[in-house]
Design a binder for this molecule. Structure first.
Ligand SMILES: [Zn+2]
Length: 310
């Protein structure tokens, strides 16, 4: 009765990876229990998620083809758009959030348009905004309940908000990856989303692990630009950032417990070194204690089942 912080299934979001085809289910090596799924298989998993009491999923797409302008990201019949349509038709009560980024759809694996010249390669921030806004709007037109831009380009929340409003999608909220740190904890995800950059890294647009004040400035910009929910990513190594963001802005705050946070627990548990349930529950409770209202985690379904067992 006196416990200050509680964890509930209603606070969880499960990421899912969609790719083309039928009856396709490919296990992600480094993330036991996580799969790339064709829409029909994705629907099966989404049904289990929903029945377990997890209210929301976050969709990522792996397109059949990649190119230099990420056409698959905003194609009306792109993989995410197909998956959203199917989920909203078959499971209308499931809240469907889509990841909005270009890296999975770019042949070079970066989150924006790349210009190469004799000084090397650079990400072009402003031309990228148009493509991100187009992508978000096409997800919303397919039926997405909320869009979640993860690219970290400057000005993208405003660009997306304007485009959504222009197309009459003014009720679709934005969850921005507001403080996304360049992190080694993303390793296993890149196998799942097939989005490893072909050259360079993402440090020109993701944040430095040493900078908490910069994180607050990034969050302030996203709030000004119209973000409805702000996210901190990764979660466990950045609990202080979650805490500061919640204290300073009082905004709905999401924490993304990223792939390696999940994989490390799985690996240690498989070796019998830790108690998977205890460590997972304690970690997620710590994110809640730090101030996260919403937790995005690959363990969402297991956690919901553990919570139901009491
Ligand atoms: Zn990206």
């Amino acid at each position: 009765m006196v416990r200050e912080t509680r964890l509930e299934a209603s606070q969880l979001v499960l990421p899912l990876f969609a790719r083309g085809g039928r009856k396709f289910r490919r296990a992600i090596n480094a993330m036991p229990g996580v799969f790339q799924l064709s829409p029909d298989e994705l629907l099966k998993d989404a049904r289990r998620v929903f029945e377990a009491g997890v209210p929301a999923v976050l969709l990522f797409g792996i397109p059949d083809r990649k190119d230099a302008k990420a056409s698959g990201a905003y194609a009306a019949n792109g993989i995410v758009q197909q998956a959203v349509k199917l989920l909203k038709k078959e499971l209308p009560g499931l809240y469907v959030i889509t990841d909005v980024c270009l890296c999975e759809y770019m042949e070079h694996g970066h989150c924006g348009i790349v210009q190469k010249d004799n000084r090397g390669a650079r990400i072009l921030n402003d031309p990228t905004l148009k493509l991100l806004a187009r992508t978000a709007a096409s997800h919303a037109e397919a039926g997405a309940d909320m869009v979640a831009p993860s690219d970290m380009m400057d000005g993208r929340v405003h660009a997306i908000r304007s485009e959504l409003d222009r197309r009459g999608l003014n009720e679709v909220p934005i969850m921005s990856y507001a403080a996304k740190f360049a992190s080694g904890f993303y390793g296993p995800f890149r196998e799942a989303a097939e989005s490893t950059p072909r050259f360079g890294d993402r440090r020109s647009y993701q944040m430095d692990a040493g900078n908490a004040l910069e994180a607050l400035r990034e969050v302030a910009l996203d709030v000004q630009e119209g973000a409805d929910i702000v996210m901190v990513k990764p979660a466990l190594a950045y609990l202080d950032v979650i805490y500061r963001v919640k204290q300073q802005f009082g905004y709905p705050t999401a924490a993304y417990a990223v792939s390696a946070e999940y994989s490390m627990v799985k690996a240690a548990a498989a070796n019998g070194w830790i108690d998977e349930r205890a460590v997972t529950m304690e970690s997620l409770l710590a994110m809640r204690r730090a101030g996260a209202d919403i937790i995005i985690t690959y363990a969402a379904v297991e956690v919901a089942k553990w919570l139901a067992e009491g």
